[in-house]
Design a binder for this molecule. Sequence first.
Ligand SMILES: Cc1cc2nc3c(=O)[nH]c(=O)nc-3n(C[C@H](O)[C@H](O)[C@H](O)COP(=O)(O)OP(=O)(O)OC[C@H]3O[C@@H](n4cnc5c(N)ncnc54)[C@H](O)[C@@H]3O)c2cc1C
Ligand code: FES
Length: 274
Amino acid sequence: MPAQENMYKPLRARVEKVIPESPAIKSFVLLPEREFAFRTGEFIELTVNGCGEAPFTPSSSPLEKKKIEVTVMKAGYVTEKIHELQPGEVVGIRGPFGRGYPLERFYGKEVVILGGGCGFAPIRSLLYNLIAEKDKFDKVTLCYGAKTPEDCIYKPFVDELRKVEKFEVLRSVDKADEGWEEREGVVTVLLDDIKVNITNSVAVVCGPPIMMKFGTFKLLEMGYPEHDIFLSMEKNMSCGLGKCGHCMMGKYYVCKDGPVFTYEEIKDQPDIWK
Ligand SMILES: Cc1cc2nc3c(=O)[nH]c(=O)nc-3n(C[C@H](O)[C@H](O)[C@H](O)COP(=O)(O)OP(=O)(O)OC[C@H]3O[C@@H](n4cnc5c(N)ncnc54)[C@H](O)[C@@H]3O)c2cc1C
Ligand code: FES
């Protein structure tokens, strides 16, 4: 639900900290001028003065209202400008927008999460939420993949997550180096290594389109029903409010009806993997 009165007017937020995550990805801790609430999986529009705005899903805990963290991969004009931001500079945030993860549908179940590259951003926010409510879930397994070991993000978070009861982390890289002791191969290979009771499980997928596609197909092959696979879709966006039509995916406005959808909801819409 939109928290701001005028959803076109950005809220000022100061950059408190910049965290380099990998050669192409940085995280930014932002201090909004007033408290900012969001549900995990919802997204914000981040404005850089004199440059433009772009959508990002907060990677921080939705339980933290005074600070918000976004993790940004350099992709083009706006994201390059974001990467140049320094602590103390001011940006704008609008939102939150869209429909996030329906956590109540995960209660009592095993949660299997498949993430790739910068798709770890919304997943980290979701994981913070799952940790806070861990008594309500059976078990949580994160399968995360990146191109190389140096492209793996959130290393301190992963180390901490491995110590949390009921949480398991499996990682793979497309191309390993000498120091890598985990799996090598595309992220879906990790699904071969997990033990899961599919009849009492939901799966969450977030990452680049090609990974979302093959990840979803593998989960279907494993026996997951279409309504238990949750996908976070990224489409070009502008207003974030279901007005401009930039984000249309068949009958859906991704900004308003998503970005989180079940595979069952979107499987017949055109170009879902583009
Ligand atoms: C709901 C949502 C959540 C997102 N969350 C994150 C996040 O947490 N971290 C992150 O790094 N990125 C995220 N993205 C993607 C991010 O918004 C784009 O990378 C960004 O808008 C690119 O802007 P740009 O001006 O730098 O690139 P541009 O110069 O506009 O384009 C560079 C390339 O990126 C493609 N592109 C542009 N906009 C998008 C888009 N919205 N989605 C996918 N590709 C796009 C273009 O087609 C082009 O190929 C999210 C996108 C959506 C829709
Ligand atoms: S971004 Fe404008 S309608 Fe979705």
